[in-house]
Design a protein around this ligand. Structure first.
Ligand code: ZN
Length: 407
């Protein structure tokens, strides 16, 4: 009898799990990542794996990968079923697709399919007219004035320049500031207006049909690093029929397989948000707690935000003169609470725990005593009294006690 009952319970649980997973799958956007070839300066084997992780980490997508035949092979059987997906992410620059695959892709986008174009994917298919209309801008591949105008940002507006010349250049790899130009667009809304990107290649002097093109962000391509001397479009959208295209020129992964550009927080966030927008026309993802600023890029090694536990684990080892990354991220999260008493109290508990740990450095203790002085409550007084008796932390602990008791 007991066994029968147990069996029934497990059947019910299994059904509930099936219903639950069916519901959650239903909400997920179907993504096809197209890859398999890149030009000689890029490495698709490395970049597409990072792209997959970034998209998976958003937890709102189901992602499949379509890997093309190797460069120089017969492409006639490469014809992914684009229409089965909400969005197609292109990390591909190589041999032409068959006419059939091209037509299927054109129909898919015209009928409302989404597309995400990443970095070298705008070098692809110079001869495929409709692809160039979709990407809006491209470079290299013998593109010139016949491809369309140069597009740059100048004095608060987009300039389309039809002067003759080659398309595509970049200066030395460097860190550079990305400036939002359309802060009302769903992809950008709520993200910083200016943020420092990790070391990357900044494409310049791209040209293309530039029809129905909206520039979301630009970067100054500095002549000091052999740049173009223009504010170059780096994030843009294009409308093609009923389809939406999100195009990021960021994200260089070279033959050294260095993925630093992909670990930039805003590269990650804009890919995640741009993919959702291209798939659905909206962005439901919240603005992340950890944001880069104008001075320092924010590197996220696992392509996602740190957990609070990880932040504190790193922050307790802080020493003056070394990276302030983790203490700054915690301070940012405190400020982000904006009067949310429960959130503040949780962070205060974690700070108290950090101060009580014998493994915490004196520099970290002093830093968090100062944080407690303005955001803490009387429950912090016990640990502060202890720290006030220790020479390395006495001054800052006494300062915090004074401020908290006079509240
Ligand atoms: Zn590149």
């Amino acid at each position: 009898m007991k066994n029968i009952l147990n069996n029934r319970i497990s059947i019910v649980i299994t059904i509930l799990i099936l219903i639950f997973s069916a519901c959650s799958n239903e909400k997920k956007h179907q993504v096809l990542l197209v890859t398999g070839q890149s030009n000689s300066s890029h490495n698709w084997e490395a970049s597409h794996v990072a792209l997959k992780k970034i998209i998976d980490n958003a937890e709102i997508f189901n992602l499949d990968i379509a890997t093309s035949p190797k460069k120089g092979s017969d492409m006639s059987d490469f014809n992914p079923d684009f229409k089965a997906y909400d969005v197609v992410v292109i990390d591909y620059d190589g041999d032409s697709w068959s006419k059939k695959a091209q037509t299927n892709f054109e129909q898919y986008v015209a009928n409302g399919g989404g597309v995400v174009v990443v970095h070298g994917a705008n070098n692809s298919f110079p001869e495929w007219k409709e692809y160039n209309v979709m990407t809006g801008l491209g470079g290299w591949g013998n593109r010139d004035e016949n491809a369309g105008p140069y597009v740059r940002w100048d004095n608060g507006e987009i300039i389309k320049d039809s002067n003759p010349g080659k398309a595509g250049m970049h200066g030395n790899k460097s860190q550079f500031i990305v400036e939002t130009r359309d802060n009302l667009h769903p992809i950008m809304k709520g993200l910083p207006l200016k943020w420092m990107h990790t070391t990357d290649e900044l494409y310049g002097r791209l040209r293309g049909p530039a029809k129905n093109l909206n520039v979301l962000a630009t970067s100054w391509s500095d002549p000091k690093t052999n740049g173009s001397g223009n504010h170059e479009p780096v994030l843009l959208t294009v409308k093609y029929g009923k389809g939406r295209i999100f195009h990021t020129v960021l994200g260089h992964v070279g033959t050294d397989k260095d993925l630093i550009a992909y670990k930039s927080a805003l590269f990650i966030y804009t890919i995640q948000r741009g993919t959702e927008w291209a798939a659905s026309g909206i962005v439901s993802q919240k603005i992340p707690a950890d944001l880069p600023n104008i001075a320092t890029p924010l590197v996220l090694p696992s392509y996602k935000q740190y957990t609070v536990a990880k932040l504190f684990e790193k922050a307790m080892k802080y020493e003056i003169g070394k990276s302030k990354k983790f203490i700054n991220l915690i301070s940012q999260r405190i400020r982000n609470q904006k009067g949310n008493q429960e959130g503040i109290a949780n962070l205060e508990n974690k700070i108290i725990k950090l101060l009580n740990s014998s493994e915490t450095t004196s520099d970290a203790r002093n830093y968090f005593c100062r944080e407690l002085s303005w955001m803490g409550s009387k429950k912090a007084l016990v640990v502060l009294e202890t720290l006030a008796k220790q020479p390395e932390t006495a001054d800052m602990a006494k300062y915090a006690i004074k401020r908290l008791t006079s509240k």
